[in-house]
Design a protein around this ligand. Structure first.
Ligand SMILES: [Cu+2]
Length: 118
């Protein structure tokens, strides 16, 4: 009887440990995927100003200002965003390698650069 009871406890404990590991691994992965290539628009600036990504990765801008902003590629190298309201996001997928400059068409002094690496 004692053996069975202990065994059940051991199985339960093992399951909990395994579950925790799974949750931890999943949580980390999601956090990296979500935050890695995010450019915050705040106080009339793109942050970070220059972002390095790998080709095929997604890049997301999020507007944390009360003013609307846009993301427009110099030379139309990638699709432009619509006017982003507060907390609105705009996502593109990085294509060919190179440096891509962009600006906000509402406030052209706001500029940033995406560097796409292999
Ligand atoms: Cu702007």
């Amino acid at each position: 009887m004692t053996f069975i009871r202990n065994n059940k406890k051991a199985i339960l404990l093992t399951s909990l440990v395994a579950l925790n590991f799974c949750l931890a691994a999943w949580g980390d992965g999601a956090a990296i995927g979500d935050k890695k290539n995010t450019i915050e628009i705040k106080d009339f600036a793109f942050n970070p100003q220059t972002l390095k990504v790998k080709s095929g990765e997604k890049i997301t801008w999020i507007n944390h200002d009360d003013e609307p902003h846009t993301v427009v590629s110099v030379g139309k190298k990638f699709q432009k965003s619509s006017a982003l309201d507060t907390d609105q996001e705009f996502t593109i997928t990085a294509g060919a390698t190179g440096a891509y400059e962009y600006f906000c068409s509402v406030h052209p002094k706001m500029t940033g650069t995406i560097v796409v690496e292999k």
